[in-house]
Design a protein around this ligand. Structure first.
Ligand code: SF4
Length: 579
């Protein structure tokens, strides 16, 4: 909650509104924490002395919710946009503000400087401070639009914000409409547009009037919520991953909660709760009659079996029966020509054609010998792609029964992405055809095999867990990189640093990490092939010729139907909700 306690009460930001829209329990927990930490003025009559800040930083359980790379890249994007405005000959007035978390006085002073800049009619106000208590916020840019009458004259300002995303998100529009609502009061005219400068450099524009009614209604409901807080409970949701209360809620749910069952969705958890099944133990021993209405027998059986494995003592069990085409039976026997492929990609390194740069291309052969190419820009990425694809084409032409093994879909997606973005579309199409041909004939996704072939007691099928089942041990001390997320952070440090020694150490840390990934994939292949021998013909089943709709899609259709019914009910019963 980026909230300020002031002498006039509590001020809220767009982050508070968005957090509440994501999970009201989060707002309730924030508010409880703020209540317990609210500043107590020695002199309640003295407004300036009473004004103070209670800060709940937007931190998750393991550190900042926004990673260092996101923050650094966000700042770079913002600076680039400022430079592009200046290059157009526009005067950009930056509103200075105190460093760190804002204070009430600091916000008021910055708001006053923003007003002065707007009254003076500057072209662009950068880091504008906006306040219409109890709402406040800091907009990246206010840009002057001539010919729109406002309290300032024959011009008004519109909101422009920079976002790293390559597509506009609803949350960005809500945040900007929140700024727009404050700006409308400030200048006596609605801002004409909300403009998002995307990570691609493109501008996405939306009329303010399209978003404003929704945001004003959301703000009204938010204030009603914080003023008269109802009792809330935490329900796992998409906001949890970036929530500072994750540790608190996880502890409340406990290890026994159904949320810890592998591939059990939030919706299924609610369905089970309706059937009075709340823990993994209860699900593991649930009778057939406990299957929730609307859940297929296949899904119920899968989840119950998974719960049984997670409450059992075996580190893993083979799924019986399992698909001949998808499970362990599809793992080819080891071949001296086999290779094991793994990419390291950075979702922030952004090239002209893609948000992601795959900066390390690596594989090992059947002996564990590794081969790698670095790619620090788009051209080098294409060179690494060509090197890798030509290696595969040469091996393919030589024949043999070798296969390429990888873990999960990232590598195939990347190969297709690079081919599809080739500058010469004819060449790109030829590459794409080659990728598809080799994927169909030579590639084996071991993650797919694991998901369809075994259930693990730990309830995860990540390579880091499966490689341990396979007996692969990574050294406990690996330098700077131990996880895929660390690899991205290390690479971003490499990009931003001018220190050659540090850069070399960072790349070496990533290289060693990746080397373990490809060798762990090799170990996993050998292990999966060995355990597949435990399956008899009776354990295998063929896929039906024409697969019926998947359980996932059927459940999604049911979910959408229920949501549609709720929306229609609201429209007909409450004209306010309709607005
Ligand atoms: S962890 Fe999830 S359920 Fe708990 S407060 Fe945060 S968003 Fe809500």
């Amino acid at each position: 909650l980026r909230v300020l306690h002031t002498a006039e009460g509590v001020w809220y930001s767009a982050t508070d509104l968005l957090n509440w829209m994501g999970c009201a329990h989060r707002t309730a927990l924030d508010a409880d924490a703020l209540d317990s930490r609210a500043p107590r003025s020695k002199d309640p009559e003295g407004p300036e002395q009473a004004a103070d800040v209670v800060e709940l930083r937007p931190y998750g359980p393991d550190g900042p919710v926004f990673s260092a790379p996101e923050t650094a890249r966000g700042d770079m994007h913002e600076r680039a946009m400022r430079q592009s405005l200046e290059a157009q000959g526009l005067h950009v007035e930056e509103i200075s503000r105190e460093s760190g978390f804002p204070t009430a006085e600091g916000v008021r002073a910055a708001v006053e400087r923003t007003r002065e800049a707007m009254r003076a009619g500057v072209d662009v106000v950068f880091q504008a401070a906006l306040l219409d208590a109890p709402w406040f916020g800091f907009a990246d840019f206010l840009v002057r639009v001539d010919g729109v009458a406002s309290d300032f004259g024959d011009f008004a300002y519109e909101i422009r914000d920079t976002k790293l995303a390559r597509h506009p998100a609803a949350s960005a529009l809500i945040q900007m409409a929140h700024y727009g609502a404050i700006l409308e009061k400030e200048q006596g005219a609605a801002p004409p547009s909300l403009v998002i400068w995307l990570g691609t450099g493109e501008a996405y524009s939306k009329p303010y009037d399209d978003a404003a009614p929704y945001v004003l209604e959301a703000r009204r409901r938010f204030l009603a919520f914080v003023e008269d807080r109802p009792t809330t409970t935490g329900q796992p949701c998409s906001a949890c991953d970036r929530c500072r209360w994750q540790g608190v809620c996880s502890a409340e749910w406990g290890d026994a909660d159904l949320i810890n069952v592998h591939r059990l969705t939030r919706q299924q958890r609610l369905q089970f709760q309706d059937s009075r099944i709340a823990t993994i133990e209860q699900l593991a021993s649930a009778p057939n009659t406990a299957r929730p209405t609307g859940m297929s027998t296949k899904t119920f059986d899968r989840l119950r079996e998974q719960a049984a494995v997670q409450t059992g003592t075996d580190p893993f069990v083979l799924i019986r029966p399992q698909s001949r085409a998808k499970g362990l039976a599809r793992v080819p026997a080891p071949d001296p020509g086999d290779i094991y492929f793994d990419l390291e990609g950075d979702p922030f390194a952004g090239t002209a054609t893609s948000a992601t740069l795959d900066y390390l291309w690596a594989y090992c052969d059947a002996t564990g010998t590794t081969y790698a190419r670095w790619a620090h820009d788009e051209q080098e990425e294409r060179a690494a792609f060509t090197w890798f694809m030509e290696t595969l084409q040469k091996k393919d032409a030589e024949g043999g029964d070798w296969h390429l093994y990888h873990y999960n879909s990232y590598e195939v997606t990347s190969l297709r992405r690079v081919a599809d973005n080739w500058p010469d579309p004819v060449r790109g199409m030829a590459w794409r055809n080659e990728v598809d041909r080799l994927v169909a004939s030579r590639f084996v996704d071991l993650y797919f095999v694991v998901e369809n072939g075994i259930r693990t007691q730990k309830g995860t099928t990540s390579l880091k867990l499966v490689e341990r089942l396979a007996g692969y041990e990574r050294p406990s001390v690996e330098g700077v990189v131990a996880l895929a997320a660390d690899s991205i952070v290390a690479y971003e440090q490499y990009v931003m640093s001018d220190d050659d020694d540090l850069k070399a150490r960072l790349l070496e840390g990533i290289r060693v990490y990746n080397e373990h990934d490809v060798r762990a994939t090799l170990a996993t292949h050998l292990w999966l092939h060995a355990v597949s021998a435990e399956l008899s013909q009776a354990d295998l089943e063929d896929e039906p010729e024409q697969s019926p709709p998947s359980e996932k899609s059927l459940e999604r259709v049911a979910l959408i139907a229920a949501m549609r019914d709720r929306l229609l009910a609201a429209v007909t019963s409450d004209s306010g909700a309709r607005a």
